[in-house]
Design a protein around this ligand. Structure first.
Ligand code: APR
Ligand code: PHB
Length: 386
């Protein structure tokens, strides 16, 4: 269920192992291919995409990054990934990963049902679960499956199909959001800049040599309409201010607000249905872990499904939820930690002055101690996850 990166990559990995799948997607192909999401891919996730036969454009057009900057007023310090942990990351939009996966699947002549409505997953605790939906032409379809993968994102139907009595949800909603813009301007930086500022966090990312991706911490209930292009550029310039450096501006191609949430649902299984990606967990985007976590789930799930279908052993499937959740919690912790360190609390919060000093101290600590910086590098690149 779902043609996001999780569902598409799982289907691709299964196809390479000779296992047939059908993808059911609620939205249109155009919609799925236009969604703008994050764009940092861990070393190991890049390898998974290459192994899945969809790494060609990623390796050609993606930009290898050997570090990030952590900034606060008056200081911009680089964390050097290869030096600290021997790995790097790639910057390549999730939107592009999605397009590459869709192209690979359709080129293979495999099925995707777009614009499916009224989907249901039934009989999950039997050995023949059922997916029922209404296809684009209005016909009721029923698919009897060997296994169901719930890759239908945070708002999907698969997680809620696990009864509340069997499921525990863990959640933190952060009291701020990100305003994200895509700008037609060459990046003003060679590496991503994560900037702490008393006005709030700012992130300078990029998509190509001509396109920059930038974010500002805003109030949780902020409306995009409150942010004219001029106001956005002014605020970005304030938060990234550093002597001897300047921010280039350009026209804005897209503006959107991302809520900030950590969410984990356990277990990631009911009977013959297995959850992967955003269907089971959400991280705030500060650590750039969302897509990487989805890829890690799916790599594990593909192997487990293959063992079950081809070797008649449920060992890996039985272990899937527990092993996937260990990695999920590692990334949940790192994303929460980065988020907590970098987002200045609003001045009206009772202990905001205290928290701000702790945040600045944490930033100095992790950038001045090799052990601290190594921990950041290992988590950011995924080297910590084996
Ligand atoms: N039936 C079919 N498809 C559905 C349904 C449904 N009832 N509900 C949702 N979907 C589809 C959505 O339209 C979407 O295309 O499931 C897909 C889920 O895709 P994503 O939300 O992209 O989730 P996932 O594939 O797990 O990818 C995780 O996305 O949000 C980012 O940071 C996150 O990078 C991570 C990645
Ligand atoms: C992005 O490029 O969109 C991006 C990069 C790093 C993050 C989040 C988003 O932590």
């Amino acid at each position: 269920m779902g043609a996001g990166p999780s569902g598409l990559l799982l289907a691709q990995l299964l196809a390479l192992r000779g296992i047939e799948s059908v993808i059911v997607e609620a939205r249109s192909r155009e919609y799925v291919e236009a969604r703008i999401r994050a764009g940092v891919i861990e070393h190991g996730a890049v390898q998974t995409l290459i192994d899945a036969g969809v790494g060609g454009r990623l390796v050609r057009e993606g930009l290898r990054h050997d570090g990030i900057y952590l900034q606060w007023p008056g200081e911009r310090r680089r964390i050097d990934f290869p030096d600290l942990c021997g790995q790097s990351v790639y910057v390549y939009g999730q939107t592009e990963v999605t397009k590459d996966l869709i192209n690979a699947r359709l080129a293979d002549g495999q099925e995707i049902y777009w614009n499916a409505s009224d989907a249901e997953v039934l009989d999950l605790e039997t050995d023949q679960p059922l997916i029922r939906f209404v296809d684009e032409q209005g016909h009721l379809r029923e698919l009897r499956c060997g296994l169901v993968a719930g890759c239908d994102g945070f708002h999907g139907i698969c997680r809620p199909a696990i009864p509340d009595s069997l499921r525990t949800d863990f959640e933190r909603v952060f009291p701020f959001a990100w305003l994200g813009v895509l700008a037609q301007v060459a990046p003003s930086t060679d590496e991503l800049i994560y900037a702490w500022h008393p006005n709030g966090f700012a992130l300078h990312s990029l998509r190509s040599e001509k396109i920059s991706r930038l974010y500002l911490q805003v109030a949780a209930d902020e409306s995009v309409d409150a942010w004219s292009d001029d106001r956005i550029w002014e605020e970005l310039a304030t938060r990234f201010q550093l002597d001897g450096w300047s921010l280039e501006t350009g026209s804005l191609l897209d503006k959107s607000i991302t809520p900030m949430r950590s969410f984990v649902s356990a277990p990631m299984r009911l009977g013959r249905m297995f959850l992967a990606g955003d269907a089971a967990h959400i991280v705030p985007p500060t650590g750039a872990k969302g897509l990487n976590l989805a890829i890690a789930d799916v790599r594990r799930l593909a192997e487990a499904m293959t063992q079950f279908l081809q070797k008649d052993s449920g060992e890996l499937l039985d272990a899937y939820s527990d092993t996937a959740l260990q990695r999920v919690w590692q990334s949940t912790h790192f994303s929460w930690w980065m988020t907590s360190m970098l987002h200045a609390p609003a001045p009206e919060e009772p202990d905001s002055a205290f928290v701000r000093q702790l945040q600045l101290t944490q930033l100095r600590n992790v950038t001045s101690s090799r052990a601290g910086a190594t921990w950041v590098a290992e988590n950011y690149t995924g080297a910590a996850y084996g």
